[in-house]
Design a protein around this ligand. Structure first.
Ligand SMILES: NC(=O)c1ccc[n+]([C@@H]2O[C@H](COP(=O)([O-])OP(=O)(O)OC[C@H]3O[C@@H](n4cnc5c(N)ncnc54)[C@H](OP(=O)(O)O)[C@@H]3O)[C@@H](O)[C@H]2O)c1
Length: 252
């Protein structure tokens, strides 16, 4: 039976865990050939083996996308080895929380380097290929899905620079959406609330301690992959610009 993404190619950044890994599996299940990019190659290999075991096509790309050349290389390898690029899931991100007053500057740099610059390097390299895909078969439409956060909609005490990066992703996405709307490159924003992944684990122990109990109910990475899949599988004339998605019990 034909699947919605048959014949298409998707690149997912941050595919070695959490939302990116779940998105890779979900898009492959819809027929997309998937390029999986992150730094932990062993994790990517295991995921690719799972996808191939289900009859899918997966390409492993070991890349640190805070490095411009590696980010561009991830896009170029996807096109060279899988033949085209219809979908970019700009997902890789890091969330380092805590009071601004005591924050190591290196944590701020890590967030800006990955959540902003890494995303921009991938978006910049991918855009010509996405526009080309939108002009050509199979679907005459292409997608860039940028993963922001509830933190891109509401600033909160203790997440100043994470807020900054995710607000930036939202503004960039909306401007890009307007620029490419008539060329059928849909630029979408996904803003998850609390989701059970490795994301919080990269915080310093004292920050982790202060976070304990702050997040109650959490969604699964598959819940977010489901929202991403919904966006990409809409018919050509429908663009889901933005999905803000929280666990039911999350108030803010
Ligand atoms: N979990 C939540 O509650 C939540 C809520 C809102 C938004 N988000 C957003 O969702 C996105 C995915 O996060 P997640 O929750 O799935 O967290 P996660 O499990 O920690 O996944 C983060 C991914 O980013 C990759 N990554 C980190 N540094 C990288 C680099 N320099 N180059 C390439 N890849 C890199 C990691 O792989 P490697 O370490 O192998 O490189 C990993 O695959 C992030 O943008 C995050 O801000 C998450």
């Amino acid at each position: 039976m034909a699947r919605p993404l048959d014949g298409t190619v998707a690149l997912v950044t941050g595919a070695s865990s959490g939302i990116g890994a779940a998105a890779g599996v979900a898009l492959a299940a819809q027929g997309a050939s998937v390029a999986l990019a992150a730094r932990r190659k062993d994790r990517l290999e295991a995921l690719a083996a799972d996808i191939r075991g289900q009859g899918g096509t997966a390409l492993v790309i070991e890349a640190d996308i805070t490095d411009e050349q590696q980010a561009t290389g991830a896009v170029e390898r996807t096109v060279a080895e899988l033949g085209r690029l219809d979908t970019l899931i700009n997902n890789a991100g890091v969330m380092l929380l805590g009071p601004a007053a005591q924050a190591p500057l290196s944590e701020w740099q890590r967030m800006v380097d990955l959540n902003v610059l890494g995303l921009l390097y991938c978006a910049h390299a991918a855009t010509p290929h996405l526009l080309h895909a939108a002009d050509n078969d199979p679907r005459h439409v292409a997608d860039m899905v940028n993963i922001s956060s509830v933190a891109g909609r509401a600033a909160r005490l203790g997440s100043s620079v994470y807020n900054l990066t995710k607000f930036g992703v939202g503004a960039f996405s909306e401007s890009m959406r307007q620029e490419f709307a008539k060329r059928y490159l849909r630029v979408s924003l996904v803003e998850p609330g609390a989701t059970a992944t490795e994301l919080a684990s990269h915080n310093r122990p004292e920050v982790l301690e202060s976070l304990r109990g702050q997040f109650g109910q959490r969604m699964t990475a598959e819940d977010i992959a489901d929202a991403i899949t919904y966006i990409i599988t809409r018919p050509r004339h429908v663009a889901v610009n933005e999905i803000l998605i929280r666990p039911t019990e999350q108030e803010r």
